[in-house]
Design a protein around this ligand. Structure first.
Ligand SMILES: Nc1ncnc2c1ncn2[C@@H]1O[C@H](COP(=O)(O)OP(=O)(O)OP(=O)(O)O)[C@@H](O)[C@H]1O
Length: 598
């Protein structure tokens, strides 16, 4: 490591490789005068371990140079020690001007190079040590520059947006990792190529030509509408290149942002829908009006209007497939099929032929005429890759190719078929940690995680539970031709307090069981499965009986408040209150007596 203190006297801030000699010279060198003796000159050279010394007049005009070899030659010629140096000094030697570039000093012959001004006045000397210092400094300077370039590369590569830099001949000189991921090519395969060969519909070559900036343009790349900026790079007045930036990974992200701005401005109530009749038809099949569900429905609608890939995440049974269906039904792909593939259910050795199909003769049992794969079947429609987190790594690489190129090739075949497919993937696994642990390819993750739709578990949206239960009780009652049963308030409170690890799927199973097995018209806490009642009690550290008596107390309190509220409304008129509550007057009297309201 170079010690910078050695250069403290130098103005490094503005240093450049061709700095002048005056920055590096030794400013007040040892000198001898022409009338000094050879002995004095010899003593000076020996005392300071130097090879040469300039000879100057009293006004510091450079007259000659005394070197060790001049002295040796003088003694051979029998000059005595008292001879003045002017008799033997060199008069033919190189000098350098203070404004000359330091690299000119490299031709030095005599151990030192006098630095003189136009009047031949000595300003300093350049010694070998000065040249070594300059070299060492530049070496460090270049190392630092390389470090800076590395830092810039790091910054560029950690940018979330795609960045491309081209020179004035349209050759790509920089291409960051985000962009590489997006176009699915390695940096090495891209650097040096003409930008028009790498980026579809680019206009960077035009920007380099006319030097006009283009901001916020929409550019179609790989089937997606992308927002881009194109900025010319100037050196003085000359355009020397251009930078292209992919600002949003996809326009849908802009739609999200616009949606958020819109939401913030409008502050719509949670129940307010701005969907068409057709959207409502599809979305209303998804039961739930909790804030989380409404925002998931809005996002699904926004995703449906773009062809972008959607990744739906959420625990098992939260409705990922239901949302995939709704997105498909509301999208421009709805005239085509929705093909579902459960990546976890198909054995690894069959997954490739299942997804990509095979040609006749591809393997021993191959069907005559071959078989199209799921991707081909989904052409002009949607493919739903369920449990994508369980897909083997080898298959992930193949899927990535399809996502990048939108082309499929059957197993055992050579034809590549272009497909137009919207992709929806779903998983209940933690994709980010799978990527971190290397179980899921990072490049594929970026490809599918364009629009992220997360479905929270039921226990985080308990207000949806009564609606789901009533919906499925109604559905099963009519399917089985059984008179519809009502879930009592107490039973509903227990169901809302339950954990529902199986989410909606578990609710459906329970409703089927309750419709079939409950004999009374009302489903009460005792009709609920024991495990549900016990788990709710355990979660509250109570016994089952305590839970039920607590619920009864809560309900009694609610009933009392309701009666008081209604009587207030009717100014104490009991007949009117009974009418409002839709109960007999005698029942109201009975309840008022129970709650000590008389
Ligand atoms: N909000 C909902 N409204 C109506 N039905 C729903 C809702 N959510 C889920 N379902 C129903 O619940 C069942 C499970 O849903 P779905 O298969 O979509 O869940 P999933 O998240 O894909 O589960 P898995 O991860 O196990 O595949 C399905 O029968 C589905 O129709």
């Amino acid at each position: 490591m170079l010690n910078y203190e050695a250069f403290d006297h130098l103005p490094f801030d503005h240093l450049h490789i061709d700095t002048p000699v005056e920055k590096w010279m030794t400013p007040e060198p040892y000198v001898v005068h022409p009338y000094q003796t050879l002995k004095e000159a010899t003593d000076l050279l020996n005392a300071h371990h130097i090879y040469s010394v300039p000879v100057v007049s009293d006004q510091r005009t450079l007259l000659g140079l005394i070197t060790k070899s001049t002295l040796i030659q003088a003694f051979f010629k029998s000059c005595n020690l008292e001879t003045p140096v002017s008799y033997v000094m060199e008069t033919e030697f190189a000098t350098i001007s203070p404004k000359d570039k330091i690299d000119k000093a490299i031709q030095m012959r005599d151990g030192c190079l006098p630095v003189v001004d136009s009047d031949k006045k000595l300003l300093g000397i350049i010694t070998r040590t000065d040249i070594l210092k300059a070299n060492a400094f530049y070496l460090q300077y270049f190392r630092d520059t390389i470090d800076h370039v590395e830092i810039l590369k790091l910054v560029l590569n950690s940018a979330y947006e795609g960045v491309v830099v081209i020179d004035q001949t349209c050759k790509i000189i920089e291409f960051n990792e985000a962009y590489c991921r997006f176009v699915g090519k390695s940096r090495d395969a891209i650097i040096g190529k003409d930008v028009r060969e790498v980026i579809e519909n680019t206009r960077l070559h035009i920007v380099v030509k006319n030097g006009t900036e283009e901001r916020g343009f929409i550019q179609r790349i790989q089937g997606h509408d992308m927002i881009v900026h194109r900025i010319p790079i100037f050196n003085g007045k000359k355009v020397v290149g251009a930078i292209g930036m992919l600002i949003f990974q996809d326009v849908t992200q802009l739609y999200h942002i616009l949606g958020r701005v819109h939401d913030a401005r409008q502050k719509p109530s949670e129940n307010e829908f701005v969907f068409s009749e057709r959207d409502l038809y599809h979305l209303n099949k998804i039961i739930g009006t909790s804030a989380a569900m409404l925002s998931a429905k809005r996002l699904a609608k926004k995703a449906a209007v773009t062809p972008a890939t959607v990744l739906i995440t959420g625990e098992s049974g939260t409705g990922k497939e239901v949302f995939a269906q709704a997105i498909h039904d509301m999208s421009a792909f709805s005239d085509g099929p929705l093909i579902s593939v459960n990546c976890a259910a198909i054995p690894e050795n069959l997954l490739e032929t299942e997804l990509f199909g095979y040609e006749e003769g591809a393997f021993t049992d191959a069907r005559r005429g071959g078989k199209p794969g799921r991707f081909e079947q989904a052409d002009n429609g949607t493919i739903f890759l369920d449990e994508i987190g369980d897909m083997p790594l080898l298959m992930q690489a193949k899927i990535l190719r399809v996502l990048q190129e939108r082309v499929v090739e059957r197993v055992g075949g050579t034809n590549r078929k272009k497909i137009n497919v919207r992709i929806i993937a779903a998983t209940n696994r933690d994709m980010e940690s799978m990527v971190e642990s290397g179980q899921f390819r990072e490049d594929l993750y970026y490809r599918i995680n364009i629009i992220r739709l997360h479905l929270p578990p039921l226990r985080e949206r308990t207000e949806d539970i009564p609606k789901l239960i009533n919906h499925f009780i109604h559905q099963y009652s009519s399917a089985f031709g059984i008179a519809e049963k009502k879930v009592s308030k107490a039973a509903m409170l227990i169901l809302q307090a339950y954990n529902w690890h199986g989410n909606v799927r578990e609710i459906i199973n329970l409703c089927e069981m309750l419709v079939c097995l409950t004999e009374q018209a009302e489903i009460s806490p005792e009709d609920l499965p024991k495990n549900i009642r016990h788990k709710v009690a355990a979660a509250h550290q109570l016994s089952v009986d305590e839970v039920e008596s607590n619920i009864k107390a809560v309900m009694d309190q609610q009933e009392k408040l309701l009666i008081l509220e209604t009587l207030k409304q009717t100014s104490g008129n009991k007949a009117a209150a009974a009418r409002l509550l839709n109960i007999q007057r005698s029942t109201l009297y009975m309840k008022m007596k129970k709650h000590n309201l008389q």
